[in-house]
Write a protein that binds this ligand. Structure first.
Ligand code: A2H
Length: 265
């Protein structure tokens, strides 16, 4: 663990309404606004989201959260995350109407989340899908991750694994339409790496799969530093600005537009 608390941005990925209406397991949520909460340290990469990752063997819950709007009116929303994250969030302004109290509506396995269609704010695709990635930990963040294969070597390699390995798709009953239409989208231009830095770094270090942790670590160490200090946005309203300049503006926009929440641990 690092020093001090870590602040994540929890991006609200809304579960498509028609699924809530038609899925038997979501009976209790008919007519409600339901979101997977994806924890990220890189909110400025939201313009390149291609899918959402969960831990297929993890346990998740749907939690009722009473959020206050600007004019002090309250609204109820439903957040999907790990029970651990829901407990923490209940002390951070996202409770079921009383400080420190979380209300679990139902439990879901990671496997049950796979294939859910989502709407992601600011993302280039109309709908994206929940897919499994092996290195998603249920002991970190919300256990839900937004996937940006242009800028994250983990995300790049895990998505490529699903495209290359039919056995993996069969094991998790993944449909081709959840995977193949989604290619990395240029979001950040990094000097000497170009605008698909995760792909370039994975190729440079010959990362062969999402389990290839040593090569992945080298790829990550390289792109994260360079991306943060030298990266320039090429997509979204702050295109042309340095990541360092735009990061907080994008974060604040997402928060003020209620497209994301702050989550610390
Ligand atoms: B980041 P830290 Cl483009 N399990 O978001 C595994 N990984 C998780 C996670 C979990 N439970 N929760 C969050 N993460 C990922 C974007 C991104 C991220 C980019 C580049 C680098 C990067 C898109 N994925 O992270 O270990 C999330 O991926 C580099 C560190 O808690 C989150 O930010 O410090 C990051 O790891 C949090 O990592």
């Amino acid at each position: 663990e690092g020093a001090g608390p870590l602040e994540y941005i929890g991006v609200k990925l809304q579960v498509e309404k028609e699924v809530i209406e038609s899925h038997d397991s979501f009976r209790a949520l008919k007519g409600k606004q339901v979101f997977l909460i994806a924890a990220t340290l890189r909110p400025e990469t939201i313009y390149g989201v291609t899918n959402c990752w969960i831990a297929s063997n993890g346990i998740y819950g749907v939690y009722e959260v009473v959020v206050s709007r600007d004019n002090e009116k309250t609204e109820t929303e439903y957040y999907i995350m790990t029970p651990r994250a829901a407990r923490n969030m209940a002390y951070q302004g996202y409770d079921a109407g009383e400080f420190g109290k979380q209300k679990e509506i139902l439990q879901l396995s990671g496997e049950e989340l796979i294939g859910l269609p989502l709407k992601c704010p600011e993302c280039p695709f109309d709908r994206i899908y929940v897919l499994p990635m092996f290195n998603v930990s249920t002991q970190k963040g919300t256990g839900v991750v937004m996937s940006v294969p242009s800028d994250s070597p983990d995300d790049y390699r895990a998505l490529l694994d699903l495209k290359e390995k039919v056995g993996l798709r069969e094991k998790f009953h993944l449909k081709n339409e959840w995977i193949f239409p989604f290619e990395p989208v240029p979001v950040v231009d990094v000097p000497t790496f170009g605008d698909l830095s995760a792909k370039v770094a994975c190729e440079k270090f010959h990362v062969r799969s999402q389990n290839d942790v040593d090569a992945l670590k080298k790829a990550k160490d390289l792109v994260y530093l360079k991306g943060f200090y030298e990266g320039k946005l090429v997509k979204g309203p702050y295109a042309g600005q340095l990541v360092q300049e735009a990061k907080n503006k994008i974060k604040n926009d997402l928060l003020s537009q209620k497209k994301a929440v702050v989550y610390c641990e």
